[in-house]
Design a protein around this ligand. Structure first.
Ligand SMILES: N[C@@H]1[C@@H](O)[C@H](O)[C@@H](COP(=O)(O)O)O[C@@H]1O
Length: 246
C-alpha cells in the first residue's frame, strides 16, 4: 500500500484527480470503477475542470459505479445515478453507453447482479477503482459481516450507514435500507485501487483497514492483500495512522 497523507480536502482531491487523469491519459479506454459519497465530490469537480481547461478526454472511458440504493429511481436526487450525472457525467464527454450503474429499481435483483458482473467481465475488468470508506470500514456497500461477499449482491445496510447517510435525506426514515453493491472479489480484481479518506470521522476506520487484521468485520481491510493500492488520507482522517508511524 502506498499511503499519502494529504494537507486537507483540497490536496487530497487534487492528488486523486491527478491519478485518475494520469490513468485516462495513459489508457484512454480505461475502465474506471467509481464511488459516490461526499469524499470524491471535489475530485470529480477537479476532473471536470481538467476536461474543460486541459482537454482531458473521457470519450472512450468506460465506467462502473460501485453501488446503488434499492428502491430509488434514477431521477431521485438521492440516487447514485443522479449523483453521478449531476456531479460528473453531465459535465464531461463520456459516452452514455459507456456508463454503468446498478439499477436500483430492478424487479429481479439476482438477475441485475449477474448482469452487472457479466458486463464488468466483458469490459475486461476494472483498471482503476476509486473507493471511499464508511465509518464502519465499508467499501461500496460491503458492510461488516462474518464473510466477504464476492460478487455483486443485495445488501442490507447497517444502522451506522443509514445514520451516516441520513444527512443527504430530509428524514432518516427516507434512507433506503437495502442496496446493490459490487462485491469484494470484483473490487479486488481491479488492476489499481485508489482509496480516499476525508475527515476525522474516518480516522478509526482507515486505521483499522490499514493496520489491523484482515477481517470481514472491517471490509476495507481486505485491501491489504491487493498489490497496487494508493491510499490518500486527508490530515484529520490520518490521526491514528500518524500516531502509529511516529
Ligand atoms: N456507499 C457509499 C460508499 O461508496 C462511500 O464511500 C461511503 C462513504 O461516504 P462519504 O464519502 O459520504 O463519507 O459511504 C456510502 O455509503
Amino acid at each position: 500500500m502506498r499511503i499519502v497523507i494529504a494537507r486537507g480536502y483540497e490536496d487530497m482531491s487534487m492528488r486523486a484527480a491527478m491519478i485518475v487523469a494520469g490513468q485516462v491519459c495513459l489508457k484512454p479506454d480505461s475502465v474506471l470503477g467509481l464511488a459516490t459519497g461526499s469524499t470524491p465530490l471535489l475530485m470529480y469537480n477537479k476532473l471536470v475542470e481538467m476536461h474543460h481547461k486541459a482537454g482531458l478526454d473521457f470519450s472512450n472511458v468506460i465506467s462502473f459505479n460501485l453501488d446503488e440504493y434499492l428502491g430509488l429511481a434514477k431521477e431521485d436526487q438521492n440516487s447514485y445515478h443522479w449523483y453521478m450525472y449531476h456531479n460528473f457525467f453531465n459535465h464531461i464527454n463520456i459516452a452514455s453507453g459507456n456508463i454503468h450503474i446498478p439499477n436500483g429499481m430492478t424487479q429481479d435483483i439476482d438477475q441485475e447482479c449477474r448482469r452487472y458482473d457479466r458486463e464488468i467481465r466483458q469490459c475486461g475488468g476494472i483498471d482503476l477503482q476509486i473507493l471511499g470508506i464508511g465509518t464502519n470500514g465499508h467499501i461500496g456497500f460491503n458492510e461488516p459481516d462474518i464473510k466477504f461477499e464476492a460478487t455483486t449482491h443485495k445488501v442490507k445496510l447497517d444502522q451506522e450507514t443509514v445514520s451516516a447517510n441520513a444527512r443527504f435525506f430530509a428524514d432518516i426514515s427516507e434512507v433506503p435500507r437495502f442496496a446493490i453493491s459490487m462485491g469484494i472479489k470484483t473490487i479486488m480484481h481491479a488492476k489499481k485501487i485508489l482509496l480516499l479518506a476525508n475527515g476525522e470521522s474516518k480516522a478509526d476506520a482507515i486505521y483499522r483497514a490499514m493496520y489491523q487484521g484482515i477481517t470481514p468485520e472491517t471490509p476495507a481491510s481486505i485491501l491489504q492483500l491487493h498489490q497496487d493500492v494508493t491510499v490518500i488520507v486527508e490530515e484529520s482522517a490520518s490521526k491514528y495512522i500518524r500516531e502509529t508511524i511516529a
